[in-house]
Design a binder for this molecule. Structure first.
Ligand code: GDP
Length: 845
């Protein structure tokens, strides 16, 4: 700073006054103040030159110092005069400096204002450009419309134009090329706007920019005068560019707005992101739409086709459901010609209430028909067997009695049963499961034959059974209905032949046919993982013929038939319609109810299996992931009140496993339920134990055992393994365990009533009621309620129970006593005291 200060006085003149000047400039501000001093110097110079420069060095302190420093040749008067002049000059200088400062400030402000205004103008320019662009778009559109109109009509009428001003453009467009009309429209519109926008800016503009602005203002007013023609010269190229840009933008914009309706291919499940992709919408928008439906999902989660369809609708697209993937198309779905169809054996399922003799009957039918002397009658349980009726007709019996197999297969879309044999024990009545069986058969529209079993028993009353069945709309032939009924005894074998004949007859009526000369299609009735043979599935061929070497896909598995084993345990080369066979050569264990299809190549089989596996996975993921809010709430609610008994079930065959699961899932009520965490076929493994441990569940083995590592793991982790071979034992045990989860019910028993005859006030005790026990007994430990006009006004306990002067435990009916309530005093004559006890009752399911 001192550098600057030093420089200026040096450059401008007298060196002697420098120090005063520097000080002065310090006290008054910056560089400009220094310049002011120099000016003043010039003013004073005419009077006195050399010394004046020194004496003039402004500050009062310097002045005071000067006379003492400079007496040489100058009189006091002169000195005085000079001092006065100096003071005057000083005063002026101060004044001037102040003035300068003010000016400077003003200039500063001016500059700031100009800057702001420049900014404002820039903004305005931008806005103007935008406006121009919009205007250009608008005009262009109008021009195009006009052109269209012009093409349609020869003469254009003015009222049709939307606005007066663009009308010339319309005309121009109608006559000349569209581009020319556009240019005109834009240039005409643009300056008008420009001039209007700029007007206030000009007023505010300061002197320095004035010339520039006024130039512009002048031009604008000129252009105004020329109705915008003037502006064109200057900005034509720019306008054109802008216009072009605007047009491109407008085209892009209109494309976006004009929504394209798309056909969206919709598989059974689809990832949210993929759905968005197929609709060409943004994933977050799709997620938002799902949230509005109450589905909380992320882009990577799958949703089912129904939900996806709603979303597609909402976005205004069309859903195209792809029911089966293309890969499935290779499965031969050709309809058989009537002439190719040959009769086939009926497939029979035996149903009925537990213990009515289903198993016994199946066994009896089987043994009765096993060719005498055949290997000691050893039979192979493969899930189904064939027998010959006395008339030579073949009948195929499904060997898994009960409803589980039947229903679970039906649920999976595999209807394998042609005829249902309903077993009802003659010594019993129509039972719940009998009714269930009737309903199942009716629902599946499968004809029924009633086998009235156990007729060998003295207590048997077949007629009672027939009558009872009437109630369930099963009218047997003996009651002049159309349902065949046969009296049988699984024990003695009585009536078995008649039963088979009846079935054969029913089958004839049904005219069951299939085409044996085509690739096989069948249903899995049982599947297991055999230690020695690998995955094994019993397949009931429904159409075509399954041969060794056939390549097939079954559910999510595939394979090549390595061997076929029939119900007699014999290897066979092929199996035709209605023939049950064990199939070896699978790559994995399918599930009961899965459909088997023979395909041409291994690649096809693998592809289909992979596709199905993925689809199933997706479906599971979708089911698991997409929880609606309602479900969440319900779950949260349920979690509070429902106790769950988790279990892991392993069984020897799929049928048993499913039957067990179904039976277990029926256990429970609103408060307790059994939850099967996992069920499967085969030995109990370490992974089962791991799962059970995680949920603190027991593992149930039905006809299977835990392998050694699993046993060790169970011991270590304290997981309980229970083995069963009878389903009912299993179910009973689980029921008992589930009952243990039931919270004990609190039951209230009234043990007595007392009437208040008198109320005494006893110091230290409070109000004491003099009562007569009218009913039952009053007990000190019991709960009491005070009833006034049969309304409960207090519930609590007794503080005292007195007989005469003694505290007693119990007062019998008819006796008088004194009672006082704990923490309650408002008792009156005539009130009734109800005495009750609570007991906890363990409930049963
Ligand atoms: P499921 O539960 O329906 O399979 O019935 P079961 O076949 O296990 O039979 C239950 C019980 O009834 C067994 O003790 C059989 O011995 C018995 N039982 C079955 N059929 C007859 C029959 O025709 N006569 C007699 N007296 N007992 C039978």
């Amino acid at each position: 700073m001192s550098d600057t200060d030093g420089k200026k006085p040096l450059g401008l003149g007298g060196g002697s006054g420098r120090s005063g000047q520097v000080k002065q400039s310090f006290s008054h501000g910056r560089t400009h103040n220094v310049a002011v001093e120099i000016k003043r110097k010039r003013v004073v110079v005419p009077g006195k030159t050399g010394a004046a420069g020194g004496s003039r060095s402004g500050s009062p302190s310097a002045v005071g110092g000067d006379p003492s420093k400079r007496p040489a040749g100058i009189s006091d008067a002169e000195m005085e005069r000079r001092m006065a002049a100096l003071r005057a000059a000083k005063a002026r200088e101060v004044e001037e400096a102040a003035q300068r400062e003010a000016d400077e400030k003003a200039r500063e402000e001016e500059r700031e204002r100009r800057r702001l205004e420049a900014e404002a103008k820039e903004r305005e320019d931008r806005e103007r450009e935008e406006a121009l662009r919009l205007k250009a778009e608008e005009d262009e559109r109008r021009a195009r419309e006009a052109e269209l109109r012009a093409q349609k009509k020869a003469e254009v009428t003015k009222p049709k134009a939307p606005e007066a001003r663009p009308a010339p453009a319309d005309r121009a467009a109608a006559e000349a090329a569209a581009s020319r009309a556009e240019t005109k429209g834009v240039s005409a519109a643009a300056p008008r706007k420009t001039e209007r926008d700029r007007a206030p800016t000009d007023d505010r503009d300061s002197r320095k920019k004035n010339s520039d602005d006024s130039r512009r203002t002048g031009k604008l007013s000129l252009s105004q005068a020329m109705d915008g023609e003037g502006g064109r010269q200057r900005s034509l190229a720019a306008m054109k560019r802008k216009q072009e840009k605007a047009r491109q933008k407008a085209m892009g914009g209109s494309q976006r707005q004009e929504k394209q309706v798309r056909d969206v291919q919709l598989p059974e499940t689809i990832l949210v992101s993929e759905l968005a992709n197929r609709m060409a919408e943004r994933t977050p928008d799709v997620i938002k739409s799902l949230m509005r439906m109450g589905l909380m999902v992320t882009g990577n989660q799958g949703i089912d086709a129904d939900t996806a369809e709603l979303v597609i609708d909402e976005f205004g697209h069309r859903a195209v459901r792809v029911s089966d993937a293309d890969v499935e198309q290779v499965i031969d779905q050709v309809e058989d010609k009537p002439e190719d169809l040959k009769p086939r054996a009926p497939i029979i399922t035996i149903m009925g209430h537990v213990d009515h003799g289903k198993t016994s009957l199946l066994d009896a039918i089987r043994h009765a028909n096993v060719v005498a002397g055949e290997a000691g009658g050893i039979t192979q349980h493969i899930g189904a067997y064939q027998v010959k009726a006395s008339n030579g007709a073949l009948l195929t019996f499904l060997d898994t009695p009960g409803h589980a197999a039947f229903t679970s297969m039906r649920a999976r879309g595999a209807q394998v049963t042609d005829i249902v044999v309903l077993v009802v024990a003659a010594d019993d009545a129509v039972m719940p499961q009998t009714v269930e069986a009737i309903n199942h058969a009716k629902a599946a529209k499968v004809p029924m034959i009633v086998a009235i079993n156990k007729v060998d028993k003295p207590s048997a009353d077949p007629q009672k059974v027939r009558t009872a069945l009437l109630q369930h709309e099963v009218v047997v032939e003996a009651m002049s209905g159309d349902v065949q009924d046969v009296e049988v005894s699984a024990k003695t074998g009585q009536g078995l032949d008649q039963l088979l004949e009846a079935i054969a007859l029913q089958a004839e009526i049904l005219e069951l046919k299939a085409n044996p000369d085509r690739p096989a299609q069948g249903a899995v009735i049982e599947a297991k993982l055999d230690v020695g043979r690998g995955p094994v599935a019993t397949v009931l061929v429904q159409n075509g013929t399954l041969k060794r070497g056939d390549i097939f896909v079954v559910g999510e598995q595939w394979g090549k038939v390595r061997a076929l084993i029939n119900d007699q345990g014999e290897r066979v080369d092929q199996a035709g319609p209605s023939v049950p066979v064990e199939v070896l050569g699978l790559n994995g264990t399918p599930e009961a109810g899965d459909v088997l299809n023979v395909v041409e190549t291994e690649a096809q089989a693998r592809e289909i299996a992979d596709y199905r596996e993925q689809a199933a996975k997706d479906k599971r993921a979708a089911a698991g992931a997409a929880i609606t809010l309602d479900q969440m709430l319900a779950k949260a609610k349920a979690d509070e009140s429902v106790a769950e008994l988790p279990v892991v079930v392993k069984a020897d065959v799929q049928g048993s496993a499913e039957a067990i699961v179904q039976a277990l899932e029926k256990i429970g009520n609103d408060e307790v339920r059994v939850r099967v965490l996992h069920y499967g076929v085969g030995a109990i493994t370490e992974s089962d134990i791991g799962l059970a441990e995680a949920s603190q569940a027991p593992v149930i083995g039905f006809n299977v055992r835990a392998n050694a590592p699993a046993r060790n793991a169970a011991n270590q982790k304290g997981v309980e393994i229970r083995y069963y071979s009878i389903i009912y034992d299993l179910v009973d045990d689980i029921k008992a365990a589930a009952s243990g989860l039931l919270s004990a019910e609190v039951r209230e028993n009234f043990i007595g009533y007392a009437e208040i005859r008198e109320v005494f006030r006893v110091t230290g005790v409070g109000n004491v009621a003099g009562c007569l026990v009218t009913e039952g007994v009053a007990r000190r430990s019991a709960g009491v309620r005070l009833l006034r006009d049969n309304v409960v006004i207090h519930e609590g306990t007794l503080k005292t129970l007195k007989r005469f002067k003694d505290e007693v435990k119990e007062v019998q009916s008819g006796q008088e006593c004194g009672m006082a309530f704990e923490n309650y005093d408002d008792i009156r004559k005539g009130d009734v005291i109800e005495i009750f006890e609570r007991e906890e009752v363990q409930r049963q399911l």
